[in-house]
Design a protein around this ligand. Structure first.
Ligand SMILES: Cc1cn([C@H]2C[C@H](O)[C@@H](COP(=O)(O)OP(=O)(O)OP(=O)(O)O)O2)c(=O)[nH]c1=O
Length: 199
């Protein structure tokens, strides 16, 4: 049936849904609840890969076994000097993050996982983002837009946060939360083609 979903997206992020829609994949959203704490000495790349996989596996476990459709999940981290900046807790935390990022280059890593009944596939997208210097009053105003709250590193490249981005090397969709090149590769390996409605 043409309208039936091909995969599940284990994510509450509206950005991930938006990005997956962009490449024509038919999906149903399911919850992705997992412990996102970092293990001792865990490299940022290993962390995003593991958390993405955990999200997809946990969601897979809640599906009926006879439903063999793949589950996709992702995890995004903003990394500066091997430290991971999560989502800001309050305006002070958001300003602290922007002070760290301002006038410097940081990395944005997104791990993607596709879990099928018999095997799992993962991929990582790594980008380098350079911010221009940011004034204190801009930080306060940016917080009041409401944008930083639910985003890793406290900014959204797809929103007002774009004005801070002097340079991007890598994947725009990866920074936004779902790298479409890597995601499409995983889906194609699983026999799911985007840009078509006949599978
Ligand atoms: C850096 C950056 C992050 N983000 C977002 C993407 C992710 O939603 C979020 C990182 O948090 P995640 O923990 O990766 O994801 P999430 O909790 O929002 O959603 P879920 O686990 O249910 O899939 O930050 C942007 O939207 N734009 C950006 O420029």
């Amino acid at each position: 049936m043409a309208t039936e979903h091909q995969i599940y997206l284990a994510s509450s992020s509206p950005r991930r849904s938006e990005l997956l829609t962009q490449i024509g994949v038919r999906f149903a959203v399911i919850a992705a609840d997992t412990d996102e704490s970092r293990l001792p000495d865990e490299a940022p790349e290993d962390y995003v890969r593991r958390v993405a996989l955990d999200k997809a596996r946990m969601a897979r476990m809640r599906l009926p076994t006879e439903d063999a459709r793949p589950v996709l999940a992702a995890d995004t981290a903003v990394v500066l000097d091997q430290c991971i900046l999560g989502k800001p807790a309050d305006p002070e935390d958001a300003a602290r993050m922007l002070r760290l990022l301002a006038g410097r280059t940081h990395r944005v890593l997104t791990g993607v996982a596709l879990v099928l009944p018999t095997h799992d596939w993962t991929a990582i997208s790594a980008s380098r983002v350079t911010f221009r210097p940011i004034r204190e009053d801009e930080m306060q105003r940016y917080w009041r837009t409401g944008e930083p709250l639910d985003k890793a590193g406290g900014y959204g490249i797809q929103g007002y946060g774009a004005v801070f981005v002097a340079n991007l090397e890598g994947s725009y969709s990866g920074v936004m939360g779902l790298p479409l090149f890597e995601t499409a590769q995983l889906l194609e390996r699983a026999g799911i083609l985007s840009m078509t409605t006949d599978n």
